[in-house]
Design a protein around this ligand. Structure first.
Ligand code: NDP
Length: 490
């Protein structure tokens, strides 16, 4: 006897009712107050001003972090400049040894780092445990391998380091973005001053401890915490020779303007509005998993998130039905629970931004679907959502929402899919789902996107370059390409 859809859904709910599985936090020690990491030790900030970092799932204060001002940033850049004199000349194999040591320490302290990343940022523990932390360690490991092989990376050229790199990172992958920035800079012989995001400074503070544990020479890595103003002081400091920024397109443009004519090398990794394109011959169940991973991973706080689903009209109905059913099985709640799929939104400001854009979608005429979902009373939460009936002109189809919100559009022909996918000021990533290899290649050739995933989404590897076209920025991070922004070739 065939079961009705309602009955099947009820059954699924019964079978998949999970018992709580909270990650242990006994092994995690967060200090009540953190200073700045300058010249190899934690120092008090010049102004002695501090700000609180909170757990977005509970709104409880976790620690107080120092606010670096002009004097602090100057000290940090000077410490990095002094360290560069010896680090830049150190035998590359010795530099590699430090990077391997850092990678090893990240692995050793992985459980602690995963918890800190989750409570400071709101992401599910299974993501910080299985993605953020292992990939961060892998980045250091990978670039450690390059440190003494630069003549193979740049044959017949002599690669020399630039000096002090000023690096500013966002809150969506705090430790991973730190690794993306620091590992290639150190491997090539540069020293760094890094500013983590205001809402997620804690894993960077633990990383400062790891630098000390690894006995990294003082000043090779300096970490200054603070708000946007601190970031702008870092990138504009005259002692900084190279700037690497990941964050919003808006701030990326500000930095580009501020640095024009300064001679500083600049790489920008900015926003995105990726198309995840599903053709009628795609394996639908697999595609549904890819769509879910593409937009609901890390609450959609992902620059390369597949936030626009382009589905071929002939399969739109069955695909959406499957997708909606899958959404109803996603578990939202305590990010420290190992079964949680959707954690907390990173901050109140980000939640308000998401709510504003979702409201604009409703007002412009799109149809909102959200599964039944109870939100915790405290903290910042947004249910997994999808919009149908979306026109390309709507804000939800054009702007980066950076939340768990999918906009669904349809197409009839491959040419129409290409046209719609590229109809965005961004160009960071894209996904193609089809059974045909030739179509994958045909599409990949036409996508104006730095990364095109085929029959998968959100796959990262230290050996693969990552970066954008158009307003998604320029320069590549990862792989051998990621070395280039940190060297001068003679
Ligand atoms: P921002 O671009 O403001 O933040 C990124 C980093 O830059 C943070 O460390 C921030 O500090 C710092 N910063 C802010 N202003 C300046 C400045 N003038 N000069 C130098 N550094 C600066 O992103 P938001 O956190 O404000 O997020 C806003 C939107 O940006 C999101 O909704 C999302 O759409 C997008 N975004 C995209 C990211 C991506 O990876 N593509 C990452 C983060 C956000 P502080 O944290 O203290 O503000």
């Amino acid at each position: 006897m065939a079961l009705s859809k309602k009955h099947t859904a009820e059954l699924a709910k019964q079978v998949f009712e999970y018992a709580p599985a909270p990650e242990s936090i006994d092994h995690v020690r967060i200090q009540p107050r953190y200073g700045l990491f300058i010249g190899g030790r934690m120092v008090e900030s010049h102004s002695k001003k501090r700000f609180a970092t909170i757990n977005p799932a509970t709104e409880k204060k976790l620690a107080e972090v120092s606010q670096a001002d002009e004097v602090d940033v100057d000290c940090a850049v000077k410490a990095a400049g002094k360290a560069f004199e010896s680090w830049g000349r150190l035998a590359p194999s010795r530099r590699a040894r430090y990077l391997f040591r850092i990678s090893r320490l990240l692995q050793e302290r992985a459980r602690e780092l995963a918890v800190v990343e989750t409570i400071d940022g709101g992401k599910p523990i299974k993501e910080s445990r299985d993605v953020d932390i292992p990939l961060s360690a892998a980045h250091f490991f990978y670039y450690a391998g390059w440190a003494d092989k630069l003549e193979w990376a740049f044959p017949n050229r002599r690669a020399t380091p630039l000096g002090v790199a000023g690096q500013v990172i966002p809150w969506n992958f705090p430790l991973l973005m730190l690794a993306w920035k620091i590992a290639p800079a150190l491997a090539t012989g540069n020293t760094v001053v890094l500013k983590p995001a205001e809402t997620t400074p804690l894993s960077a503070m633990l990383f400062a401890e790891i630098c000390m544990q690894a006995e990294l020479p003082p000043g090779v890595v300096n970490i200054v915490t603070g708000a946007g103003k601190t970031g702008s002081l870092v990138v504009q400091h005259p002692g900084v020779r190279k700037v690497a920024f990941t964050g919003s397109t808006e701030v990326g443009k500000l930095i580009q303007r501020a640095l024009a004519g300064s001679g500083k090398k600049l790489t920008l990794e900015l926003g995105g509005k990726a198309a995840n394109i599903v053709f009628e011959d795609a394996p639908l169940d697999q595609a549904v998993e890819g769509i879910v991973n593409g937009i609901y991973f890390n609450q959609g706080h992902v620059c390369c998130a597949g936030s626009r689903l382009l589905v071929q009209e002939s399969i739109a109905e069955p695909l959406l039905e499957k997708l909606k059913r899958r959404l109803s099985t996603l578990r939202l709640g305590d990010p420290l629970d190992k079964n949680t799929d959707i954690g907390a939104i990173n901050s109140r400001a980000q939640l308000e931004r998401i709510q504003g854009l979702v409201q604009s979608g409703i007002e412009e005429g799109a149809e909102l679907y959200q599964p039944e979902c109870r939100l915790p009373e405290r903290g910042f939460w947004f249910p997994p959502s999808l919009f149908t009936n979306v026109a390309q002109s709507y804000r939800i189809a054009r702007e980066e929402i950076f939340g768990p919100v999918l906009s669904v559009l349809t197409f009839r022909t491959p040419n129409e899919a290409v046209e719609k996918a590229n109809n965005t000021p961004y160009g960071l990533s894209a996904g193609v789902w089809t059974d045909k290899g030739s179509r994958i290649l045909w599409m990949a050739e036409r996508m104006r996107a730095g990364v095109v995933w085929a029959n998968t989404f959100n796959r990262f590897d230290p050996t693969s370059p990552f970066g954008g076209y158009k307003e998604s920025g320029y320069g590549r991070e990862g792989g051998v390409h990621g070395l280039l922004p940190y060297v001068e070739l003679n």
